[in-house]
Design a protein around this ligand. Sequence first.
Ligand SMILES: Cc1cc2nc3c(=O)[nH]c(=O)nc-3n(C[C@H](O)[C@H](O)[C@H](O)COP(=O)(O)OP(=O)(O)OC[C@H]3O[C@@H](n4cnc5c(N)ncnc54)[C@H](O)[C@@H]3O)c2cc1C
Length: 371
Amino acid sequence: MSFPTDFTSVFERIEQINPSEYARTRNFKDGAVTRLSPYISRGVISTKDVFDHVLSLKRPWNSIEKLVQELAWRDYWQQVWIHVGEEINTDLRHPQEPIANHEISDSIVQATTGIQAIDEAIEEFYESGYMHNHMRMYVASLACNIAQSHWLNPAHWMYAHLLDGDWASNALSWQWVAGSNANKKYYANQENINKYFSSNQRGSYLDLSYEQIPTQPIPCELEQTSKFQLHTALPDNTPELNLDPNVETLVYNYYNLDPRWHAGENYNRVLLLEPSFFEQYPVTQHVLDFCLKLSENISDIQIFTGSFEALASQSNQALIYKEHPTNKHYIGVEEPRDWMFDVTGNYRSFFAFWKKCMKSFKKQKALSEDA
Ligand SMILES: Cc1cc2nc3c(=O)[nH]c(=O)nc-3n(C[C@H](O)[C@H](O)[C@H](O)COP(=O)(O)OP(=O)(O)OC[C@H]3O[C@@H](n4cnc5c(N)ncnc54)[C@H](O)[C@@H]3O)c2cc1C
């Protein structure tokens, strides 16, 4: 599984999308998923880019709806993050319970849980930086609902290794699985894992009915836990920044590596790597290298490791950046991000958000057909 970093390959990947195959097979290990999330998460492309492409295929709505809806989940989680801010790091609706620890099972980190399909997927995950959505749900359920770990520390472990790490989709999906942001917990038994991940394991501690699973004690395979901790080693500032004092500066960061942003216009372009940001949301070297390679699509970009204030002190012109929940301390000119639909706000459920999106989309469509 490879994730090329040149812009042409990213666009070729968009063109390979098959929306009806996607809808039919997305839950299976080898399903026709897009693998576009690393590029969307890093802000190289947007959900809107993918949506626009899918619309341009002129397929019937019912054959594209599933993919459009999944893309909208990402925008939905982002909207929640914008509105709840730092509270995203706390149990949003109900306290998760029961909780045995605030760590992660060693056997999950070491890919030795005893559930063969999960162990294989974790090994592959370390290699590729990608994990299938259904497998993310299995792993989160194993960590939170079977091993009874609070979701936050295991979520950091997964985020740190994901090329597509997006704290909104990540933390809020973990909370959804753990039941702290949903009305029930998500469980998968061995039969379900065998069906979707082509394994035929029997007799494991998950080989039980859905009535039995929640009543079991923590399996000994998952009992030993440790705190996941990581320090991200950021590049040092060599060569030093060389800003043209007569032009404004565009600030890129971990969530904005868009090569088309003001392309062809005269700006300084700086990729800002703030140590405080990576302390809060650490990532592995593999993931950081992917981010740095993606930044090479942006012409004349310079890399700066330091705080926003330190960058601002080197510039006598305005700093321009795209809106994002991790940027609230930036001072300068904020520009909007692209969204699929013209719907903002903190909706209590995805389907309430989706209903509003469909209403707005139909209205927009009717207006453009009238014009
Ligand atoms: C525990 C857990 C942790 C997750 N952590 C992240 C994360 O850190 N970063 C991240 O981008 N996604 C995360 N997701 C959501 C989802 O798993 C990934 O977006 C998806 O697997 C990416 O692969 P893909 O591009 O092949 O997706 P596809 O299935 O091809 O979907 C197309 C696009 O739709 C969006 N999408 C699809 N499924 C979801 C979903 N369940 N939630 C939100 N958006 C979705 C993504 O933008 C994705 O690129 C997480 C899900 C779970 C259950």
